[in-house]
Design a protein. Structure first.
Ligand SMILES: Cc1cc2nc3c(=O)[nH]c(=O)nc-3n(C[C@H](O)[C@H](O)[C@H](O)COP(=O)(O)OP(=O)(O)OC[C@H]3O[C@@H](n4cnc5c(N)ncnc54)[C@H](O)[C@@H]3O)c2cc1C
Length: 457
């Protein structure tokens, strides 16, 4: 009966028919396939959904934008080529920014996230510097759960992303279209027309949160694939790794041969461990580094790593991905569009953290969209406020991280500093603040400050 009604509705449609997204929902995948294979497919292809905002990609950036728009009742559609839950190549470590911005959207959302995804709370970082100097650095010194926020999480991305998408599904109205891949984006008079595998969508404003793997043509500029501003990374899951930190510290190995990249070991719930290695793309290409081979070699033979993997079991296959590193020079908005998350190159160049920044940018993009509809202004000049706000919130951190990463290119100097730093009373506090306090991170780039610290003054 349901099929029949939809079928009949399509037969009655005129050649081009626009319906507001809040008033109508595309039929389910099964029904769509039925229609496409039927003699009426030409009618289906002429069908256009019309909405105020279209978000491409339901990863952290897109999903956060959707939830923030929903709060202000702005009509929107969010499309993703995948079905959720889906696997996502990631290190699965989330900084304190993640709970912070989720709580800002809604404290109840953070509670539901904790309840449904059961993330592991992580309290710090174990740094292993060249020469195998080990520094244990808590995210927050003298952590007290009663007064301090959650310092950081580790959780499978599959769970986080599926949770966010489920929250969108639970909103009133039909906003989400999965198994819906965007093929092209074209400009039209008052916005954009998207051609997708599920039909056409017309939107007054576009938020492109399609990550790094999207390849559809767009009529606006996107940050180019500069090798110096991209990192390549491989990650694998293991079970049975021994001697994990009792406060779930994540472990970063800044080893001489892979600087300015690092090898990581991140603990996950249920005894799972995420292991990986990430290095800047220009260095990978120049030195012809095989990331998987280097990762295996570290696991097999590094004196601090190999004994802990003796009885460990590889779960599934290792997988590789790109990290688009932050670059404040790129323009990430323009006439009626904004880029968010990885599509805007917002991964921290030092730590490789992208999820927190993706959530922040999705949140800020949605607030900019709300301003646009309030004032009915969508032109390039007005949209520039989005770039400015992203720069204000994330720009300083990005440029300090970028300078830090450049400094790590000199292995001998890093090794020398690490040797001097071993046993130094200032170092753990300083490194802790490097991740939580920007001014300290900036100070660490000042040679005079470093000399004073190394002299233990
Ligand atoms: C190996 C590796 C390890 C990492 N480790 C960490 C870490 O430990 N912590 C951290 O914070 N960050 C990490 N990152 C970075 C982090 O994964 C990204 O920054 C984050 O996923 C960005 O979120 P996003 O929403 O911008 O993009 P994505 O999560 O990539 O979402 C984009 C979405 O767009 C959809 N899409 C793409 N093309 C289309 C299309 N044509 N039509 C419709 N939908 C489309 C995709 O299906 C996808 O769901 C890591 C990255 C890699 C590669």
């Amino acid at each position: 009966m349901n099929y029949y009604l939809q079928f009949t509705a399509y037969r009655l449609l005129p050649t081009v028919y626009c319906l507001p997204s809040t008033a109508y929902r595309l039929p389910s995948t099964v029904n769509r396939q039925l229609l496409i294979s039927s003699q009426y497919s030409f009618l289906y292809l002429c069908f256009v959904l019309s909405t105020e905002v279209c978000i491409i990609g339901a990863g952290p950036a897109g999903a956060m934008a959707a939830l923030r728009l929903a709060k202000d009742n702005i009509p929107f559609l969010i499309v993703d080529r995948d079905e959720f839950p889906r696997e996502k190549i990631c290190g699965d470590a989330l900084s304190g920014k993640v709970p912070h911005i989720i709580r800002r959207l809604s404290p109840e959302l953070l509670e539901r996230f904790e309840e449904k995804c059961n993330p592991m709370h992580s309290f710090g970082i174990r740094f292993i510097a060249p020469g195998d100097h080990v520094f244990d650095v808590p995210f927050i010194e003298n952590y007290d759960a009663a007064i301090h926020p959650v310092p950081g999480y580790t959780v499978r991305r599959e769970l986080l992303d599926a949770f966010m998408v489920e929250e969108i599904k639970n909103l009133a109205g039909d906003h989400l279209h999965t198994s819906c891949a965007v093929n092209t984006v074209e400009r039209v008079d008052d916005g954009f027309m998207l051609d997708t595998t599920a039909g056409k969508i017309r939107a007054k404003l576009l938020i492109d949160a399609s990550g790094t793997t999207a390849s559809f043509p767009v009529p606006y500029d996107k940050p180019g694939p500069s090798a110096k501003k991209t990192a390549l990374a491989v990650r694998a899951y293991y079970k049975g790794v021994t001697d994990m930190h009792d406060q779930n510290f994540i472990e970063l190995y800044f080893l001489e041969d892979i600087l300015p990249g690092y090898f990581w070991i991140f603990p996950l719930p249920d005894g799972l461990v995420n292991v990986g290695i990430g290095i800047r793309k220009d260095i990978v290409l120049k030195k012809k580094i095989n990331l998987s081979a280097v990762m295996d070699e570290i696991i097999r033979s590094h004196p601090l790593v190999a004994p802990r993997f003796r009885d460990a079991e590889l779960m599934g296959k290792p997988a590789a991905g790109k990290l688009p590193l932050g670059n404040p020079k790129f323009r990430i908005s323009g006439d009626r569009y904004m880029l968010a998350g990885d599509a805007a190159h917002l991964v921290d160049p030092l730590t490789g953290e992208g999820v927190g920044n993706a959530l922040y940018s999705g949140f800020i993009a949605a607030e900019q969209a709300i301003e646009c509809f309030d004032s009915q202004l969508f032109a390039d000049k007005f949209m520039n406020a989005y770039d400015k706000r992203i720069k204000r919130v994330l720009g300083k951190e990005m440029s300090i991280s970028s300078n830090f990463q450049k400094m790590l290119k000199y292995p001998r100097m890093v090794k020398w500093i690490a040797k001097k730093a071993d046993g130094n009373k200032h170092i753990p506090g300083l490194m802790s603040s490097m991740f939580t306090d920007l001014d300290h991170r900036k100070k660490l780039l000042n040679p005079l400050f470093i000399i004073r610290v190394l002299l233990n003054r």
